[in-house]
Design a protein around this ligand. Structure first.
Ligand code: AMP
Length: 117
């Protein structure tokens, strides 16, 4: 069982913010911003590339509610989904990073040069 499935099952503790039947929001253990929340589906989905439109239809209002509950809905926030190896995904259970609580820098560094597609 993956680490986030263990959090869903309560086998590993987490600092939960909000949940419903399908999704769970909890604080990231190593925050990269004043507010850094992870939103996950309770059902194991490996990555964004594998998520269904149906699941995303539920995920969207859930994330909006999390932003409202944590008071960053008006001030603004950033959503990040690291997908796969090049995207830097370390936990292979789909999660949205919700970052806010201060003005965020924008850095997406790579040693490779830009490719025109
Ligand atoms: P990613 O690199 O997109 O896969 O991000 C994984 C995130 O999960 C990182 O920001 C970690 O700090 C976070 N993380 C890993 N283990 C835990 C945990 N037990 N509770 C909360 N956050 C975690």
């Amino acid at each position: 069982m993956c680490i986030f499935c263990k959090i869903v099952e309560g086998q590993i503790p987490s600092n939960k913010i909000f949940e419903n039947d399908d999704f769970l929001a909890f604080h990231d253990l190593y925050p990269k911003a004043p507010i850094h929340i992870l939103v996950i589906p309770k059902k194991h989905v490996v990555c964004f590339q594998e998520v269904t439109a149906e699941m995303m239809a539920g995920m969207t209002p859930f994330i909006q509610e999390v932003a409202t509950l944590t008071g960053i809905d008006k001030s603004g926030y950033r959503l990040i989904v690291n997908n796969g190896e090049d995207g830097g995904q370390e936990v292979h259970h789909l999660h949205f990073h919700v970052l806010g609580g201060g003005k965020l820098r924008f850095e997406h560094l790579t040693d490779e040069t830009h490719k025109s597609l």
